[in-house]
Ligand binder design. Sequence first.
Ligand code: SF4
Length: 369
Amino acid sequence: MYIVEIRDKIMTNLKDTEKVIGIPRAMSFYNNYPFYYGFFNELGIKIVLSDVTTKQTMSEGSALVVTETCLPIKVYVGHVLNLIKKGVKNIFVPSLQSIDNKIYNCSKIRGLPDLIKNVVKEPCNIIEATLDKSEKNQGLYEFLAEAVKPFGITDKKLIKKASKSGWRCYNNFHIMSKSGMPYSKALSYALQGKVVISADVKEHPITIGLIGHGYNIYDERVCMKITDKLEKMDVKVCTALQLSAEQLQEGISSLGNDKYWANEDEMTGCAGHYLKDNKIDGIISITAFGCGPDSLMLERITRKAKQFNKPLLNLTIDEQTGEAGFVTRLEAFVDMLFRKKRAEIVNKLNINTEEKQKYIPNTEYIETK
Ligand code: SF4
């Protein structure tokens, strides 16, 4: 009761405070931050981000929710606590219900503000704008208006102008990502208002499609720097960010279903496309233990991968996942891809069996092992 009273008091005094919004570096941050950055900055609202994920973020978040909760939600709770420790009073915890007509997020994402209000006991003000495109009058502008109302901003023209800045930053980020630029580099340039296109000229013997939600594959602590690890093994990594909306949609259809989950592009959309792509040697998926939507999507992906004879490795993560086992599985998978590729190259060569057995193609990773 006492906590609720303090929260209400903060809410009432919000207009008097400095315009500062805390954004947890988790969940939708990995998809929407370029937009939020452009939008809030245009309105003069200062953004404070939580620190990057650490072991402590995970353990503090895990301590407040039931064990069965998926890792990304535990991490999110940890980031909210981190913002509170930094002294941020107003924390943006959007309720992203539905991003298009009849296309929904999972129940944990939809109920995020309620979960945070129930488990976080420290006083803070949760700014919980709702985006629900399956309901009337709850589209993007209503969502944005709700997000800035606590700061006393209600001018529709101003909000519309700020949303244009948001889209500019978001689109710049996507242009650079599509050109193949790594996630953090593209994000950094986009936040500086730059668009830099640099072609990746390095030849890689192996290319893999990495599928998973942004919060699972771009949070370096959660995914244990999988992209860096693969690049050190001479593997090129392609993700959903390199694909257009049409390619992702077509990827979902090729797995035989209509889009239902809001974040399905990153799983079935991306996998459906890369499974058919001859330049992709194998697929790695990262999913959180206990994730209902991902287990359903992964089942469809696995069946299709068998049909296409495309190697697939699924790595399930939770807060107990050890790095040593993770690396061993990655190395074994990459090794298998190299040997498969080697066999394909050798079989095409016009040489006798004895020479074929001795032949090693130019793949540094195998030769130096
Ligand atoms: S989609 Fe899965 S991983 Fe993401 S929040 Fe929902 S249950 Fe957790």
